[in-house]
Design a protein around this ligand. Structure first.
Ligand SMILES: Cc1cc2nc3c(=O)[nH]c(=O)nc-3n(C[C@H](O)[C@H](O)[C@H](O)COP(=O)(O)OP(=O)(O)OC[C@H]3O[C@@H](n4cnc5c(N)ncnc54)[C@H](O)[C@@H]3O)c2cc1C
Length: 395
């Protein structure tokens, strides 16, 4: 059976056909590695855990755009390159493995662009996609709220029709909005019709909000290490013109959930602490069997997850929606990201410290401070397990 939902049972399986990367994709890998070597030589790439959250370099994003490595799968008429997802997979896994600073464009390239391609108007696509593919236009995601995270359908930010102004007035508060202060646009999920009995998923809509906009206030929520990544975003009667509605009013839930396979299946869900593992391998004592076994187990798990993630990229190319395998990748992958930290602590005589001269101690310190987010962002592991159980017909 395939991972597609079966008509008869309404359940999915986790079996996806194996994928072999075509020679052109491997040729592309060589080009990306050469580019990475050049960027490393210039000092642009410094190994650090969680590069897709904390590695921020607008010039680097623009250089990737110039190389044609953003919007790779999108149509050429919108600045894309019409390549298969497998080519994109090769580029992003190389960039992540090298800990390149990809944080500014990550969400835009992975999620917001495909969302506009699927549901955006022709005007929105022509206006925004070329800049996204060039690595000069950045989007952020306005879904979570102070009392709505896992239970996203309970969002309380409202969109109210303003006929006279030809648009919608947004009121409410979003939290944990990654990079809102560095983005040009936010895709906001809000309630445009009151909660109806039994219809929690109805009456939600998506809007593109320009940043800055009158009535929009963005304030920092700092990470444990003091970095400014997250924000609280308050909407006080923010006017969004009709031309910035994504898809159909009232269809926001279906639109948001269709992004999930893109959001959850990529190699960023198991490579966040690879720089730490690489550092551990670099200093490991080849005669220490305990270290060798621990590292071997981690590498075997990484390789398995990579294969599954690759198969999902293949499924996306075939137009499938492999939500359940994507949830598996994210659950197992983020668990492994944390395990790399635990194993390092147990097999290496090192104390985490951001200020240490020892690269392993520094990397461990960084990874520890970023680790609380791994299993939360993009849907918590408890929620993912519920999705997997439901997908397999066990719930
Ligand atoms: C690094 C990072 C970046 C983020 N970036 C963004 C962003 O850019 N935009 C955005 O909108 N959001 C963002 N988020 C928010 C993220 O999506 C939420 O944190 C996540 O969805 C969980 O919601 P919550 O924090 O409100 O926790 P809650 O939903 O309150 O959950 C708290 C705990 O209860 C558990 N729980 C809740 N419901 C259930 C249930 N039904 N069954 C079992 N257990 C349950 C959860 O698993 C969790 O452990 C980001 C989060 C992080 C950590």
């Amino acid at each position: 059976m395939s991972a597609a939902t079966t008509a008869a049972t309404g359940t999915a399986t986790l079996r996806l056909p194996d994928v072999t990367l075509p020679p052109e994709a491997e040729k592309l890998r060589t080009e990306v590695r050469e580019f990475i070597a050049e960027e490393r030589a210039k000092g642009v790439i410094q190994p650090q855990s969680d590069p897709w959250l904390a590695g921020l370099d607008p010039d680097f994003s623009a250089r990737l755009g110039q190389r044609g490595w953003l919007g790779m799968t999108w149509p050429r008429r919108y600045g894309g390159h019409e390549l298969p997802s497998l080519h994109r997979f090769v580029v992003i896994e190389e960039l992540l493995a090298a800990a390149a600073p990809v944080g500014l464009h990550w969400v835009t390239d992975r999620q917001s662009g495909p969302a506009l391609l699927r549901y955006g108007t022709e005007e929105q696509r022509q206006r925004m996609l070329p800049g996204m593919a060039a690595g000069t236009t950045f989007f952020c995601i306005g879904m979570s709220e102070p009392d709505s995270g896992s239970d996203l359908a309970s969002v309380r930010t409202t969109g109210t029709r303003d006929e006279a102004a030809g648009g919608w007035r947004l009121n409410g508060t979003k939290v944990w909005t990654s990079q809102a202060h560095r983005s040009h646009y936010m895709i906001v999920l809000c309630r445009t019709a009151p909660l109806a009995d039994g219809g929690r998923h109805d009456g939600l809509s998506q809007f593109i909000v320009e940043i800055p906009s009158p009535g929009l206030t963005i304030s920092p929520i700092r990470l444990l290490d003091g970095e400014h990544h997250f924000n609280q975003v308050v909407f006080d009667d923010v006017l969004v013109p009709d031309s910035m509605v994504i898809g159909q009013i009232g269809q926001g839930w279906a639109q948001v959930t269709s992004e999930l396979a893109y959001e959850r299946s990529g190699p960023e869900r198991f490579l966040s602490t690879l720089p730490l593992l690489l550092e551990l391998i670099r200093v490991a004592d080849p005669t220490d069997r305990r270290q060798a076994c621990a590292i071997g187990q981690l590498v075997a798990q990484l390789w398995t997850l990579r294969r599954l993630s690759l198969r999902i990229a293949g499924a996306l190319d075939r137009g499938e929606a492999p939500d359940v395998p994507a949830a598996v990748v994210k659950d197992l992958g983020t668990t492994l990201e944390n395990e790399i930290i635990d194993v390092t602590r147990s097999v290496a005589p090192v104390e985490p410290s951001l200020n240490s001269d020892d690269p392993l101690a520094r990397e461990l310190g960084r990874a520890v401070l970023h680790s609380p987010g791994f299993t939360l962002r993009g849907g918590t592991n408890e929620i993912l397990r519920g999705i997997i159980a439901r997908g397999l017909g066990m719930r």
